[in-house]
Write a protein that binds this ligand. Structure first.
Ligand code: PLP
Length: 441
């Protein structure tokens, strides 16, 4: 089989560029006393020298390294700039642009992003009183029964309590039912409670279900509830115009997050978190002792991301994201995302055609949930045997209370031959299990 087209860096290129980079860092240390301790760049100067859009095609490593020296070394406006690039790259609503009322920030994980969103929702609902006096037990949040456990964790940390997080029932495709959400909100209001936050998921962890964002968004708008959309893994698919339907209804969202560290070839950790109204988030998280005051922030000309997240200190995560986007270019990223989805769809078709197996849920993108028709014990031992073989790694979940195997195509270097090999191994192990079942019968 001919080698697949790839935009990834080869191990040899990586080694070569790595050596250049280590030399560059060593030179930086040698020159360190020649740099001012504090940046001398005026606010806005760095951004003005960066292109307004991400490059369509990949760029050479040396060009990027040169720019690090020339543009980036003195300042950290890069984060705002790269997050604005991503608004255009994913065709997110313009309100998430930093030039508008909102803006983006890099968090470590989607869990942190959702927690910040919930805190902002809590504060907006109480006119910032719960920050002062604490929660009074009336605040309620909503998400689907299939949402990631990080939402439950956020409800606990934010002081709402687990009992005040409503897990809304899902439909046959494991997506949140907006009719039940609307009814629950009405019931809670009638009971004197205060709905403050709804989280919809674009691509649930268990089955890649897509919650109906437009319907949920309309309900949140009607009730003035903070609406957060968690697209931790699947948001990346919107790099390709043909998959942007997953973000229909995002205009209603107060906040949104996706993780380049899951499916956009960026090393852990990197979650992009956007808000439509940055003032609400900043007012929620801002604490200003004297030792944190500085002229640049007070002039309003720079963004102080410490007020957009839980920790005070922060890493320069924008740099790796900037390297990834420039290395691949938008077209390179689109190529690999399309390819992953295409390969996952191939597996889905093979599963449908094999009488022994069934799909356990629709496979809209790169996650395929399936099971052997022989029942839970067979699926458990099939997965154990496959994982023990070391060729592939599968995880599991329960859907409709049945053991379900999850196969995700998203690893940077996965190509057609890996997927074919995976299917071959699944069939081999299934045949072995069938034989041993026949022999014991
Ligand atoms: N949300 C969804 C939909 C996920 O699939 C996951 C992780 O699998 C998370 C949130 C949590 O991600 P993180 O590890 O970035 O907190």
């Amino acid at each position: 089989m001919p080698e697949e087209k790839t935009f990834h860096m080869s191990p040899d290129d990586f080694r070569r560029h790595g050596h250049v980079l280590v030399d560059w860092i060593a030179d930086y240390y040698a020159r360190i006393e020649s740099f001012p301790v504090l940046s001398r760049a005026e606010p806005g100067r760095i951004r003005a020298s960066l292109p307004p859009h991400a490059p369509a095609t990949g760029e050479p490593f040396n060009t990027m390294l040169h720019d690090v020296e020339k543009l980036i070394l003195p300042c950290t406006e890069l984060e705002t700039h790269v997050l604005d690039w991503l608004v255009h790259m994913l065709a997110l609503p313009e309100k998430f642009l930093s030039s508008n009322t909102g803006g983006g920030v890099i968090q470590d994980t989607a869990s942190s992003a959702s927690l910040c969103a919930l805190l902002a929702g809590r504060e907006r609902a109480t006119n910032f009183a719960s920050n002062q006096k604490g929660c009074d037990g009336r605040l309620v949040a909503y998400t689907s029964a299939q949402a990631h456990s990080s939402i439950e964790k956020a409800a606990k940390i934010a002081g709402l309590g687990r009992d005040n997080l409503r897990l809304i029932e899902v439909d046959k495709n494991f997506a949140m039912r907006p009719d039940i959400l609307a009814r629950q909100i009405e019931d809670d209001r009638r009971a004197g409670l205060l709905p403050c936050f709804v989280c919809a998921t674009v691509g649930t962890t268990s089955s890649n279900a897509l919650d109906p964002v437009p319907e949920i968004g309309r309900i949140c708008r009607e009730h003035g509830i903070w609406f957060h959309v968690d697209a931790a893994m699947s948001g990346t698919a919107a790099l390709c115009p043909e998959f942007r339907h997953i973000h229909d209804g995002l205009d209603y969202a107060d906040s949104y997050c996706f993780n380049p560290h899951k499916w956009m070839f960026t090393n852990f950790d990197c979650d992009c978190f956007y808000v439509a109204d940055r003032k609400a988030l900043i007012q929620t998280l801002s604490v200003l002792p004297e030792y944190l005051r500085n002229q640049a922030t007070e002039s309003g000309a720079v963004i102080d991301y410490r007020d957009w997240q839980i920790p005070l200190g922060r890493r320069f995560r924008a740099l790796k994201l900037w390297f990834v986007i420039r290395h691949y270019g938008v077209e390179g990223l689109q190529h690999h995302i399309r390819r992953h989805i295409e390969l996952a769809q191939k597996i889905a078709v093979w599963i449908i055609k094999d009488d022994r197996f069934e799909l356990a849920a629709p496979a809209p993108l790169n996650l395929v949930c399936f099971r052997h028709k022989g029942g839970d014990a067979v699926n458990q031992s099939l997965m154990n045997r496959l994982n023990a073989g070391g060729d592939l790694y599968l995880t599991h979940t329960k859907l409709n209370d049945k053991f379900t195997i999850r196969l995700c195509v998203g690893q940077t270097n996965t190509t057609e031959r890996h997927v074919e090999r995976a299917w071959q191994r699944i069939q081999e192990e299934a045949a072995r299990l069938d034989n041993s079942a026949r022999n014991t019968a």
